[in-house]
Design a protein around this ligand. Structure first.
Ligand code: ACM
Length: 272
C-alpha cells in the first residue's frame, strides 16, 4: 500500500515565510505520507496585480528558498512532495509551475498549460508539455488548477502511463472541479489528488474541498470548504493498472482514435 495525501491551506500573498510556518505546523499530520500534494502557487499566493509583483515573489524551481524548505521535509519524512510554485525561469518570466521533489531533491516540474482569466496577464504559458515521472512506487503526472477542465490533459497523462495525477489548485468557481475529479479518475482509471487552497485574496474566495479519488471514481476523502486540512489515505497503486471497466471493455484499448482526429486540430478563435 502507498500513503498519499493533500495539504489544504491559505498561502500568504507576497511572502513565503509565513506559509512555511503554516506548513511546518501541519507537518506532523502528513509526515507518514509517501507522497503529499500542496496547493497551486504555494510560495507566493495568487492574486497578483502586475507581472512585477509576481516576479518579486517568484523563485528558482530547484534552489529557491521555498523549494529548499520542501526538500528538507522530503528528507526528514522520507517522502515525495508535489507543490505549486511561482517559478522565476531562466528566461526571466514567471511561470505557474508544479515541482516534484523527493529525498534526493528536485525530480521534475510541470508548467501550467491552461492559464485562467488574469493569469494570462501575469504568467508565461507552460512550455514543458505533460511529463510523467516514474518514482518506482508509482508513475506520476501533474496538472495545475484550471487544467482540470480539459479532458485531453488527463487522457494524455494516462496514455503516457500515469497512475496518479497530482493537481495543485487555487479553485475559485464553487464546486465544479471538485465534482469533475472523480469523473476524470473514473474515465481514465487513475488516482487523482487535488490539493486546493482556502482563504480570500481581494475579490477572490478560494473554495477548499480538496479531493482524492480512485480509479473506480470513488471519492476517497474530501476536505471542508474552509480551513487548513490534511488527509493521508492508503491506496493500492496497482488499481490504476487495471483499465477494464467491464470484463470485455478496456477504457484505453477500446478507444477508436481514428475517429477522434478532430482532437488534434487547432480551432481558430480569440484567446485574449
Ligand atoms: C485557477 O486555475 N487557479 C482557477
Amino acid at each position: 500500500m502507498t500513503k498519499i495525501g493533500y495539504v489544504q491551506l491559505a498561502p500568504v500573498l507576497g511572502d513565503s515565510s509565513p506559509t512555511i510556518g503554516i506548513i511546518d505546523g501541519l507537518a506532523d499530520e502528513f509526515q507518514e505520507a509517501d507522497l503529499v500534494v500542496l496547493p497551486e502557487l504555494c510560495n507566493s499566493g495568487y492574486n497578483f496585480t502586475s507581472i512585477d509583483q509576481a516576479r518579486a515573489t517568484a523563485e528558482d524551481a530547484q534552489n529557491g528558498p521555498f523549494v529548499q524548505y520542501l526538500h528538507s521535509l522530503c528528507i526528514k519524512h522520507n517522502q515525495h512532495i508535489v507543490a505549486g510554485i511561482n517559478e522565476l525561469a531562466e528566461d526571466g518570466k514567471p511561470y505557474n509551475t508544479a515541482v516534484l521533489l523527493g529525498p534526493n531533491g528536485h525530480i521534475g516540474k510541470y508548467r501550467k498549460l491552461h492559464l485562467f482569466l488574469n493569469e494570462k496577464d501575469i504568467f508565461a504559458p507552460g512550455n514543458l508539455g505533460l511529463p510523467v515521472f516514474d518514482l518506482g512506487f508509482c508513475k506520476l503526472g501533474m496538472l495545475i488548477c484550471f487544467d482540470w477542465i480539459f479532458p485531453e490533459t488527463w487522457r494524455a497523462l494516462t496514455l503516457k502511463g500515469a497512475d496518479i495525477v497530482c493537481h495543485p489548485a487555487n479553485l475559485v468557481i464553487p464546486g465544479l472541479c471538485q465534482r469533475a475529479i472523480p469523473v476524470h479518475a473514473l474515465m481514465n482509471r487513475i488516482f487523482i489528488v487535488t490539493a486546493n487552497r482556502v482563504g480570500q485574496e481581494g475579490d477572490l474566495t478560494f473554495t477548499g474541498l480538496s479531493t482524492m479519488a480512485n480509479p473506480k471514481g470513488e471519492v476517497l476523502c474530501q476536505a471542508p470548504e474552509t480551513g487548513n486540512h490534511v488527509a493521508v489515505v492508503d491506496v493500492d497503486i496497482a488499481l490504476a493498472h487495471d483499465k477494464m471497466i467491464t470484463p470485455r471493455n478496456h477504457v484505453i484499448a477500446d478507444r477508436r482514435p481514428e475517429e477522434y482526429t478532430e482532437l488534434t486540430r487547432t480551432v481558430p478563435g480569440e484567446h485574449p
